[in-house]
Structures are given as C-alpha cells and as structure tokens.
Design a protein around this ligand. Sequence first.
Ligand code: CA2
Length: 149
Amino acid sequence: MAAAVYLLNGPNLNLLGAREPEIYGATALADIEAAAQKTAKELGFALEFRQSNHEGVLVDWVQEADAKAEGLIINPGGYTHTSVALLDALSAASLPKIELHLSNIHAREAFRQRSLTAAAADGIIMGLGAPGYRLALKALKSLMETRAA
Ligand code: CA2
C-alpha cells in the first residue's frame, strides 16, 4: 500500500507564479503540485498536498499528518520566522519531517535568516526553487527508509 505523506504549504504560496518570480520562480503552486504528485507516485507515496494562509489550520494539519501519515514536508512560508505554535506542533509530531523553502533564506533579509520551525525538522531543503519539492520528496523517502531500518 502507498505510504501516506503530507506536503503542507503556508501563507502566500498560493500566489506563486503570479508575483515576485525573480525570488520564487515562475511556476504556479498548481504546477508544483502536479509535478509533486507525479514524483510521489513514482516513490510509492499517497500525497496529501495542501496550502493555507492560516496558522491554526497549518497546526491542525501537522497534528493530522502525525496521526495519519508516515512523513511530512512543510514550507511554512512567513510563519517560518514567527510561529512558536507551528514549532510546537512540529516538535510534538514524531513522524519524519523536512522543512522546505523555495529561496535560500540565509541569502535574504535578516528577519528571514532565522527559522523558528527548523529546530523541529530532521532536514532542510532550500534555495532550489520549484525542483526542491521533488528533491524533498526523495529525501523524505530516504529518511523514512532509514527510520524503518
Ligand atoms: O522561500 C520560501 O519558500 C519561503 O518560505 C517563502 C515565503 C517567505 O515568507 C519565506 O521567508 C521563504 C513566501 C511565500 C510566497 O510569497 C509570495 C509572495 C508574493 C508573490 C509570490 C509568493
């Protein structure tokens, strides 16, 4: 049976492709999801791909992922830099977790260079644009295999 995996996207990622392509690329989130679903199928994952602009909804989904899934990838968007609630939810979740960013947050404004949520991640992928989503799924597969061994 396919392993359930959640890929959560935080605030404003629904705007991808339409604005600021010089920072985040020209690929829309729907296209990123289509590519991610294709990769997930190849890897034997049943992928739950979601986006919300609301912190509490993301917290609920992290808890849901921990109850129902075998792995989690999250691009927390702007909440990366502010959300203790999301950090707490991720810390409480025992499943393998990867934090993902389109941009290299360390090469950006000072306020983006600190990730509150990263402390709860097993690994971080950043700065590789939309292809980073595919790489994150592959990395999650490897993480899940290592945990299972
Ligand atoms: O690089 C990333 O993936 C980020 O998580 C993206 C967030 C940003 O707040 C983080 O610092 C880094 C922003 C999400 C997308 O925001 C857009 C805003 C306007 C147009 C398109 C996207």
